[in-house]
Design a protein around this ligand. Sequence first.
Ligand SMILES: Cc1cc2nc3c(=O)[nH]c(=O)nc-3n(C[C@H](O)[C@H](O)[C@H](O)COP(=O)(O)O)c2cc1C
Length: 231
Amino acid sequence: MQQQIEAAMAITQSFESVVRGRRSVRGFLPRPVPRAILEQVVALAACAPSNCNTQPWKVYIVSGQVRDRLARDMTGAVQTGKMQPDLPYDGRYAGAYRERQHDAARQLYSAMNIARDDEGGRNAAFMRNFVFFDAPHVAFFYLPAGFGLREAADLGMCAQTFMLALTAKGIASCPQTALSFSAEQVRDAVGASAGEILLFGISFGYEDPTVAANGARTGRAPREASFTFVG
Ligand SMILES: Cc1cc2nc3c(=O)[nH]c(=O)nc-3n(C[C@H](O)[C@H](O)[C@H](O)COP(=O)(O)O)c2cc1C
């Protein structure tokens, strides 16, 4: 374990390589991340900015037997249609956003060799969400009671800092709205209070490079579509 900690400390990557190195990984090795590294990652995630420094994030990091039980419970809940997210989500987008959504799905399914009309294959790929793509750890990101859209942005900043900190230490991750679909199962597992709103989970661990899904790469819209310099 000490060796892994030292190896993680020794990884000094530039900011740009960390930002570009982060991508959604959907296949992990069972090897757990040492607790000392997890502590470093959460200390970095807590550096995220927030409205009035309210730090409106409640993050539960689940591992071991609780993780295994939750994977079983969530899979069962989804298979029996018991999906009740704290916030509604229909996954429907329009126009350019829809095109980007479809493009990302195309990249993923082609890496996995799943044909467009292969419903069984797509469903099996979807169900992998609920076993955390075999990751040994999953972090659940909750908005505390009484907060809204503005503070949800703070939670997003914390989550991105969390993932970049993982990347800098050679640890892969996948943010997942799918992990908010069975909110009751997650609440039971982590002991979150009734008012806390589950927005997403992040599965993380060491990447398994042999998993086909990990060959997928997404693109980005041209700069002009999203960023405008004024003046
Ligand atoms: C908030 C959020 C929720 C997401 N939910 C899921 C999900 O439920 N399942 C999944 O496989 N990927 C999910 N993703 C990953 C996106 O598909 C991915 O970030 C996007 O396609 C860009 O690819 P990249 O992360 O590899 O750069 C989510 C990403 C974010 C930021």
